[in-house]
Write a new protein. Structure first.
Ligand code: TYM
Length: 330
């Protein structure tokens, strides 16, 4: 039987390189081999109380970016999370076996309460349960995500296992992280702050114009340069190389690595090369995006097709879940 793949991206604005290399690029490769469900997590975006006027435009731009990057609606179910309200029922049911203690210990929750102490809502606390419902509603086997989502995925596995044990069933498979090139990836920010992320404000967006993108890369934090042959790279320099390993050809990476090891590197040259190689990936996506985003009819059609496929799959699972938990119709 075909393995099932589920993944999503929150609708909090345009997609950045972390989203692309951590998730979207893998979606595109997986769609040819697996039964795939790729969605836009608009419910999840509500945990930070976005402006209602921006909710739909954000969903729309991500849908257009999915398609521009090469997701094919004939191959995968591409849908909007809130178009499949079945997920809310599964979320409610899974919440009965999700314990507050374990939710409070989640790294992303602890992080968020530090960042938004004025808005520690219950949706934030149970974020991983909704994510588990997203995944388990389709009985997924594989979930392509970046490194930052691994703990959430571990919780999904725990909820699946717990449900199966409590109700003496094998209803839910335990989904694995999809490891594309070895380990799940973390795209660093170029400001020396670790991860590239929207709340870090250090993103290179797929939609950035050439000039804007090049300027961001040229501004990447570096140091004075190596002083000893073959010395260990400090984190900010390792970050540049990490990004280069992802976007550039291996011989290009090796070239700059050799220059570094011989203390001959000029960071300006490396950054110019890096910016050019990023643009090779992003510029064609941006061009297609600009066309697709204007085509409301096409976007509507894609979303409707995806929702239909996803609802069917979700409803099937829910029927089994309700039965296992003891619900009966009169
Ligand atoms: P989100 O919207 O924060 O990120 C979407 C995807 O992009 C990856 N990502 C990164 N990967 C590598 N390096 C980075 N700097 C980087 N930044 C983001 C994330 O790992 C993720 O794969 N909770 C999820 C959305 C979600 C989901 C799901 C995912 C909701 N339900 C079910 C999978 C399955 C999230 O907030 O991702």
């Amino acid at each position: 039987m075909k393995q099932i793949v589920v993944s999503g991206i929150r609708s909090t604005g345009n997609l950045h390189l972390g989203n692309y290399y951590g998730a979207l690029r893998n979606f595109i490769q997986m769609q040819n081999e697996y039964e795939c469900y790729f969605f836009i997590a608009d419910y999840h975006s509500l945990t930070t109380h976005p402006d209602p006027a921006m909710l739909h435009p954000n969903v729309k731009s991500i849908l257009a970016e999915y398609l521009a990057a090469g997701l094919d609606p004939e191959k995968s179910a591409i849908y909007i999370q809130s178009d499949v309200p079945e997920v809310c029922e599964l979320y409610t049911l899974l919440n009965m076996h999700a314990y507050v203690g374990e939710l409070e210990r989640t790294v992303s929750f602890k992080d968020k309460i530090r960042k938004q102490p004025e808005n520690v809502n219950a949706g934030l606390l149970t974020y991983p349960v909704l994510m588990a419902a997203d995944i388990l509603q389709h009985k997924a086997n594989l979930v392509p995500v970046g490194k930052d989502q691994l703990q959430h995925l571990e919780m999904t596995r725990k909820y699946a296992r717990r449900f199966n044990t409590i109700y003496n069933t094998e209803l839910f498979p335990e989904p694995d992280a999809y490891k594309f090139h070895g380990e799940p990836i973390k795209i660093p920010g170029l400001d020396g702050s670790g991860k590239m992320g929207k709340s870090e404000g250090n993103c290179i967006y797929l939609n950035d114009e050439d000039k804007v993108l090049t300027k961001k890369v040229m501004r990447a934090v570096t140091d004075q340069g190596p002083t000893e042959m073959n010395q260990t790279k400090p984190e900010v320099i390792e970050n540049l190389f990490t990004l280069m390993r992802v976007v550039s050809a291996p011989d290009v990476v090796e070239h700059f690595n050799n220059l570094y090891n011989n203390c001959e590197i000029r960071y300006g040259d490396m950054k110019k090369q890096l910016a050019a190689d990023i643009l090779t990936v992003t510029a064609p996506i941006r061009e297609r995006y600009n066309e697709i985003v204007k085509d409301e009819d096409y976007l509507r059609k894609v979303a409707a097709m995806g929702a239909e496929k996803a609802r069917e799959s979700s409803a099937r699972t829910l029927e089994e879940v309700r039965k296992a938990m003891g619900f009966r119709r009169f």
